[in-house]
Design a protein around this ligand. Structure first.
Ligand code: TEU
Length: 512
């Protein structure tokens, strides 16, 4: 069978946090109709698809990552008709749609959990993890929850503890029970039948658990279990999930969130091409602003994934971490350099809505914070214009990001020198170049403070030179190059003289 590159390997995907994208009905919370009205903007920008953080019915203890009905849209976002309209419009405009799928846990208000907790003899009892304590008042093991405290909550009615690696409102599903496997496969089918292009699977490594639930080693006891839990039981489950996706036409995709440190630990989650299609690599999201660290992590990913044909994924920001502009000291110049690297690496980049506007976080005072994990700052609403309401019909649920006064989509669209236009040029350059979309990746020797690499496919070559430093540098590339994209005004289309200002980057094509 001829091997065609699947769409998701050449795509750039864009994460939408639906509560914060755009409100259409005046409740201050973003919704599906708001997003639908901005699809032409995404098309103009040049991304290939969106991933929506959860839109299912939810009590919102974790803003949608606590699902109480997997097959209904939460009324705050709209309904299934709104979803179908969004999906139809997106497809009509050539945009793919990925949903967030939350397999590790449900809401404690999900009917499955309500049944499970109702009685020790409930047929759904073992859909979740119920255990006796080690002694009076002592939870069954030493596991800690990601948001603090024990990963166990005592349930008075049936006199046992239940497991939750996140909030007590998010009990863990027991994937060792075939009923859970069937039900969660059914959820995938429900959305695949509706036409979604795939899923982002939330903390999917956690579904594989040793059913004895042994204590976490003492030396790791204070660590977030989410970041170290790596059990072989996940792999057959992932193969089963993959078979569900593969039974549909059209290259449906699953990108998994596997929160393990290094690329070497992520590689097994691709299986032999029969588990996750892609796994988020957060190593740059966690990296300091230092080109040596970036180079190490990119090389590590290449070495871990390339030999098996596993396809890398890059991400700088998401809804769980301060935005990268913030992490780099608030510098827009650095954010421009970071964008240039993100969109020219080998692998599928995931952007986080608003990074193309160079947004930083909102300052969210203590009394206004609503997220149990304190992640409100990066979830601030997107400013669409420079009016007082920034294009929102009512005051949004969170304060505006710090730069909202000048960094709205409309203002930046009018300014060809803006970071928004830089993203657009980078996305266009990637789309036109097989070397950037799918070519090999290799480090190039560069002066201190500069990250440089070459991408090539067949006879086509591109180079990227990115100065992370605070001083101007002069680089001496081999050969003659023309600037294809520059982070600063001017220079595009001209022969490159090797000069990079402080926090400055270029994408180059061979001259002639
Ligand atoms: O996040 C999982 C995760 O490990 C984190 O980044 C999490 O924010 C951190 O451990 C909290 O201390 C995913 C989602 O992206 C996140 O929004 C959810 O809250 C979480 O799973 C639970 O579903």
């Amino acid at each position: 069978m001829p091997h065609e590159t699947p769409w998701w390997q050449t795509a750039v995907l864009y994460q939408v946090y639906p509560r914060s994208f755009l409100d259409s009905d005046g409740d201050g919370i973003g919704d599906l109709a708001g997003l639908r009205s901005r699809l032409p903007y995404l098309r103009w920008l040049g991304v290939d698809g969106v991933w929506l953080s959860p839109i299912y019915r939810s009590p919102m203890a974790d803003f949608g990552y606590d699902v109480s009905d997997h097959c209904a849209i939460d009324p705050v976002f709209g309904d299934l008709d709104d979803f179908d309209a969004l999906l139809g419009d997106a497809h009509g405009q050539g945009l793919r749609v990925l949903l967030d799928w939350v397999p590790n846990h449900t809401s404690d208000r999900h009917p499955w959990f309500l049944q499970s907790r109702s009685d020790r003899s409930s047929p759904k009892r073992d859909w979740y993890f119920w255990r006796d304590g080690r002694a009076e008042g002592l939870p069954p093991n030493n596991w800690k929850a990601a948001f603090g405290g024990h990963a166990w909550t005592w349930d008075e009615r049936t006199g046992q503890w239940y497991l939750h690696l996140f909030l007590p409102e998010q009990p863990d599903l027991n994937w060792g029970h075939p009923g859970v496997v069937d039900a969660m496969h059914g959820v995938l089918r429900f959305w695949l039948d509706r036409g979604v292009d795939g899923f982002r699977a939330d903390v999917v490594h956690l579904i594989g658990k040793d059913e004895r639930l042994p204590d976490h080693p003492r030396e790791l006891a204070d660590m977030d279990l989410v970041g170290v839990h790596d059990h072989p039981a996940a792999h057959p489950l992932l193969r089963g999930i993959r078979r569900v996706l593969d039974s549909y036409p059209g290259d449906r995709v699953m990108v998994g969130e596997v929160n393990l440190g290094s690329a070497g630990l992520l590689a097994p989650y691709y299986g032999a091409g029969d588990e996750l299609h892609m796994v988020f690599n957060f190593s740059l999201l966690w990296a300091p602003w230092d080109p040596t660290r970036w180079a190490e992590r990119i090389v590590e990913s290449e070495e871990a994934l390339n030999p098996t044909g596993a396809w890398p994924v890059w991400v700088l920001s998401n809804h769980d971490t301060p935005r990268h502009r913030d992490r780099y000291g608030g510098s827009e110049a650095r954010a421009r350099v970071a964008a240039t690297v993100l969109l020219t690496l080998r692998g599928t980049p995931f952007m986080y809505a608003g990074e193309e506007l160079g947004l930083d976080d909102a300052e969210v005072p203590d009394g206004v914070r609503v997220d149990p994990g304190g992640r409100d700052g990066c979830r601030a609403p997107i400013p669409w214009d420079d009016g007082p309401g920034h294009g929102w019909p009512a005051e949004p649920w969170l304060p505006w990001p710090k730069g909202a006064g000048t960094q709205d989509a409309e203002t930046l669209t009018r300014d060809p020198g803006s970071i928004l236009h830089l993203y657009r040029r980078l996305l266009a350059a990637r789309r036109r170049s097989a070397a950037l979309r799918a070519g090999s990746w290799q480090l190039v020797d560069a002066p201190k403070g500069v990250l440089a690499y070459e991408r090539s496919a067949g006879f086509e070559t591109r180079q990227v030179w990115a100065n992370f430093g605070d001083d101007q540098v002069v680089c001496t590339p081999l050969g003659d190059w023309v600037v294809e994209v520059a982070t600063r005004d001017g220079g595009e289309g001209q022969r490159w003289d090797g000069r990079l200002a402080a926090a400055d980057a270029v994408v180059l094509r061979p001259a002639g």
